[in-house]
Design a protein around this ligand. Structure first.
Ligand code: ADP
Length: 580
């Protein structure tokens, strides 16, 4: 039983076009040939005569066995089409049948409703079929963590990734991982608890998250670190506060950005025998008689391959921050002119595929922006500073306008109100002690200045001249901030205060708002099982990472996404492997 299609065709078109771009021109061909249908009972609907016409289509042994129409009077209940069209569709085993004379509008509505019902159940011919226990869609942290856990549990695993490389957004992210960690925090004098991480995550997400998922998340985060360490990954000895994290519990890997995670997980996946298929795009999730049994993919040469997965499918396709139409559909304020920090493959087609086979979506309207985009590209790299405690933001007038330790949405909304929606992030030698000091993106201070994404100077006044802000206003801002460090009371209420900004060289880097993370997605339970619109588990479908919703509520804390991908990726991998 299944689905109601509400996503406009436009999105599918965008995704199809994007797929062409990403898997190489000519590689992708739209499905063709006479389709068969996947067994099950499906609902669909379409508008007709100003009313709503709905159908229930039953497929048995791969054939359309029954079409039952329910319609309001205004939808054309008395039309001849209601009587004749179902038989015509069953006879032709196709939706493309002639309209019934004199009842064209109702005929078209019936065909549209049947197409809607069968949208997730129509299987076009494939070039070959392969079998496995588990198939994972997406090779970011969540997909790789799931593949590793499933393979460790003895399952035969295939992972498909549409890009020519693994990593998705996970490898581009700053790589901060939030977890309560007394072994690191106590020597640094930081008090923390699972309860505090829970409260900050839940309240920081405006209490919109599913409390059970938040609990699973904060409890699983510390073990995620020790698990990764057991696989050979190295973390820095000290924790810090990544932007928007609200507390010093962010772990940074020794390897730059997200590479430590992806290298560790892909190495382990390969040594456990996971088959990784790159440039292979999942096109459809197959659900038969209620259960998800596999997927259809298109490989680099354009071949359509059916992958039957005995134990189930893990959806780990990431979010949709790079899909301008889709993000604006869910949040009209996220206009297409805004850049994104995301990789170009973050198009959300996993969400569309899951919805087609009946998955419920949650929190789709919650889309996170960051105040730290590169004005040229929207990307996050190219900026100075590291610890929230040690940098400030100034607008073009040389003035601060928000606490830099605030939630990401609060900081971005404040930035949007500044002139030209533009700011500089400013720090000093406390953040970048030598020209060789690196930011979280493995870029040295020297390189940043050379590239022109940052400016440096030996005094605030000189820096003001270089970035074109009023030196007196900038100086007054710095003096006020430094007085707040002494008194412990910041003019903008910043709670996490570190060093004064008083040690040359001083740095500034121009920044704009950018779209960063999509908090909404497929609804899951604490075992990472996908949930349908009636609140029931969809047997055989698991989801983890940014493709899911309900964990971060209305606002995701910095450093919680990476931890989420590892915690729920692992859970999905264990859950799917447990199903024999
Ligand atoms: P997460 O952080 O949740 O793991 P990422 O963005 O890091 O998410 O990874 C998601 C991965 O899924 C990306 O590498 C992306 O290219 C891949 N992906 C997205 N859609 C598909 C698809 N239809 N088929 C195969 N891979 C996909």
């Amino acid at each position: 039983m299944s689905k109601r299609l509400t996503r406009p065709i436009a999105i599918m078109a965008v995704i199809a076009i994007a797929s062409l771009v990403f898997i190489g021109a000519g590689a992708y061909s739209a499905p063709s040939g006479k389709p068969s249908y996947l067994n099950g009972t499906y609902e669909g609907s379409a508008p007709s005569h100003g009313g709503e016409l709905s159908v229930v289509v039953t497929v048995k042994k791969g054939k359309i066995a029954d079409v039952v129409i329910r319609a309001t009077d205004s939808a054309g209940i008395s039309d001849a089409a209601i009587v004749k069209l179902p038989a015509a569709i069953i006879k032709a085993q196709a939706i493309e049948v002639d309209a019934i004379a004199g009842a064209t509008e109702t005929s078209e509505a019936i065909k549209a409703a049947v197409a809607d019902a069968l949208a997730g159940a129509t299987l076009y011919p494939v070039d070959k079929t392969i079998k496995t226990d588990v198939v994972v869609i997406g090779g970011g942290n969540a997909g790789l963590a799931a593949a590793v856990e499933a393979s460790l549990a003895g399952a035969k695993v295939i992972l498909v990734e549409k890009m020519p490389f693994l990593g998705g957004n996970s490898i581009r992210a700053g790589g901060a991982y939030n977890a309560v960690d007394p072994a690191r925090q106590i020597p640094q004098g930081i008090e923390d608890s699972i309860e505090k991480h829970y409260q900050q995550t839940f309240e920081g997400g405006d209490k919109k998250a599913d409390p059970a998922l938040v609990k699973t998340f904060v409890e699983g985060a510390p073990e995620g670190i020790t698990w990764l360490e057991s696989l050979g990954m190295k973390f820095q000895p000290n924790v810090f506060t990544v932007l928007g994290a609200l507390w010093p519990r962010s772990h940074a890997a020794v390897e730059p950005v997200g590479t430590g995670f992806i290298n560790t997980l892909s190495r382990t996946a390969e040594s456990n025998g996971v088959r990784i298929m790159l440039e292979t795009t999942a096109d459809q999730i197959l659900r038969e008689d209620g259960r998800v049994t596999g997927i259809v993919v298109v490989d680099a040469s354009g071949k359509r391959i059916r992958i039957n997965a005995k134990r189930g499918v893990v959806l780990a396709t990431g979010g949709f921050a790079a899909n301008k139409e889709m993000r604006q559909e869910y949040d009209p304020l996220i206009t297409p002119n805004l850049g994104t920090t995301n990789h170009p493959g973050a198009l959300g087609e996993g969400i569309v595929m899951a919805k087609k086979i009946g998955a419920a979506l949650v929190g789709m309207e919650y889309i996170q922006m960051l105040p730290l985009g590169n004005p040229e590209t929207g990307a996050l790299n190219g900026w100075v500073g590291f610890n929230v405690e040690d940098f400030i933001y100034i607008n073009k007038g040389g003035k601060r306008f928000v606490s830099e330790a605030e939630r990401r949405d609060v900081m971005t909304q404040a930035l949007i109100k500044q002139k030209d929606q533009f700011m500089f992030i400013v720090c000093d030698a406390h953040s970048m002690p030598t020209p060789q000091t690196k930011n979280s993106f493995n870029e040295t201070a020297e390189e940043l200045v050379k590239k022109g994404t940052a400016f440096s100077a030996d005094s605030i006044e000189e820096l003001a001249a270089k970035i074109g802000v009023d030196p007196a206003a900038f100086r007054a801002t710095i003096d006020d901030y430094n007085r707040g460090i002494d008194s412990g009371v910041d003019s903008f209420g910043k709670k996490l205060l570190g060093s004064k900004i008083d040690k040359a060289p001083f740095y500034a880097s121009p920044r704009v708002p950018t779209v960063h993370h999509t908090m909404g997605g497929v609804r899951i339970d604490t075992l990472a099982r996908a949930i349908d619109e009636a609140g029931d588990v969809i047997p055989g479908l698991y989801a983890a990472g940014e493709v899911t919703g309900g964990i971060h509520g209305g606002n995701r804390l910095g450093g919680n996404a990476i931890a989420d991908t590892i915690v729920f990726g692992r859970i999905a991998g264990k859950s799917v492997a447990a199903k024999k």
